[in-house]
Design a protein around this ligand. Structure first.
Ligand SMILES: *Cc1c(COP(=O)(O)O)cnc(C)c1O
Length: 383
């Protein structure tokens, strides 16, 4: 186990985020908690436990491997939905364990039926519609065939849902494309209804769509980034502020990432610090070594740019981020000791290091930085 750093997960922050989301979407809209990518780096098992304690009983994952992890820790009545990849070998496991999955190809539909027949149990499916993202989903012209097939095999299939995914609801630049997608989705839904096949639920929205396009909420929303207390984009946050009287952020970041000073050194003016010539000291400096590097998820693109909090000061990363270590400028801190706290993400004294401020320096999205956090870092649930 890695002992160089710790990830803390705040239960009260999660509670606050979920209650804001519930209040915004209303009682009729169910929330599916999206926990793909190791729960956006938070740690899938720990996060599912926390969310379950907050009343979440529906989780969305990308693949069967993640679904198994959720199954291990979630309660019996919790629903699990695979939005992406299920290898043929895991289809039977999914059907046997009441795990539902997206179908977006005829082949997947036929395999689901074959497995269901073999197990004598219906496969729970969500028909994914291609509405304009051009990634996965049935095209409009395939829909009549899909409807006929599901009707023919209704003893082996349970049509849990009809769904789609929007191609960039977090940016107003995609407004036209997203509104066209909504139209296509509604058209496909009415085709199903006309043929007498009613999906149990319709779900299309991720965080951004659910906030910016209320009509996409339908019966259920699939919420990832916002439950973790982060916005899909600055634009999404601004669009909320424009509609609200209170100009404060209703979300609280769930994650904090902390380490400790490993060693301290004094440097003479003119010396290079770290590998090669990435950083030369212009004057006398004091530096601290932090046992965190890109193998733990602190991106190398933060070399000479990243900031961490030590004694409440923002200290700059100097030189290149190594595999296991990085060096920060602590010249302003007079009473620094080995073992003092270093905050990569989170609050310290009066200051706060957000995931966004960390990514602004490197053009990486919140999503990517979080997902890169190493699985080996211990996760601790706090308050
Ligand atoms: C990741 C994902 C979501 C959640 O997106 P957020 O922007 O994190 O809310 C929803 N639906 C699908 C299909 C996804 O892959």
């Amino acid at each position: 186990m890695h002992t160089n750093s710790t990830i803390e997960l705040s239960l009260s922050a999660l509670k606050k985020n979920l209650s804001f989301l519930k209040r915004t979407f209303g009682r009729e809209v169910r929330i599916s908690s999206v926990v793909k990518g190791n729960a956006y780096g938070h740690g899938i098992r720990e996060f599912v436990r926390m969310a379950s304690r907050c009343g979440i009983d529906h989780f969305s994952v990308f693949d069967s491997n993640e679904a198994r992890k959720v199954r291990e820790v979630a309660g019996k009545n919790t629903e699990i939905m695979i939005m992406g990849f299920v290898e043929n070998e895991s289809l039977a496991w999914a059907v046997a364990n009441d795990v539902s999955f997206f179908v977006f190809e005829k082949d997947r539909l036929q395999k689901a039926v074959r497995v269901a027949k073999k197990l004598g149990k219906k496969a729970c499916i969500h028909v994914e519609v291609e509405t304009g993202m051009n990634r996965t989903g049935f095209d409009l012209r395939e829909i009549p065939g899909v409807i006929r097939y599901i009707q023919k095999e209704k003893d082996h299939l349970q049509l849990k849902g009809l769904c789609t995914h929007y191609a960039g609801a977090e940016s107003v630049a995609n407004y036209y494309r997203v509104t066209e997608q909504i139209k296509v989705f509604k058209k496909v839904h009415s085709l199903f209804i006309k043929e007498g096949l009613r999906p149990e639920i319709r779900h299309t929205a991720c965080s951004a769509a659910a906030m910016v396009y209320p009509e996409t909420r339908m019966d259920m929303v699939r919420i990832g980034i916002m439950q973790y207390g982060l916005w899909p984009s600055p634009e999404t946050f601004v669009s909320l502020l424009n509609r609200r009287k209170a100009k404060t952020d209703p979300l609280r970041r769930v994650i904090a990432w902390k380490s400790k000073v490993m060693s301290i050194k004094k440097i003479r003016a003119g010396d290079f610090i770290g590998y090669g010539t990435h950083f030369m000291a212009k004057q006398k400096m004091k530096i601290a070594v932090v046992p965190i590097g890109y193998s733990h998820g602190y991106s190398r693109s933060l070399s000479n740019q990243g900031r961490v909090l030590i004694h409440g000061h923002r200290c700059v990363v100097v030189g290149s981020v190594g595999m296991n270590m990085m060096i920060v400028d602590v010249s302003v801190i007079t009473d620094l000791k080995k073992g003092d706290e270093v905050v990569m993400i989170g609050a310290q004294e009066q200051d706060d290091m957000t995931v966004a401020s960390f990514s602004d320096y490197s053009d990486q999205l919140n999503y990517e930085l979080l997902a890169r956090l190493s699985r080996d870092i211990p996760r601790k649930i706090v308050d």
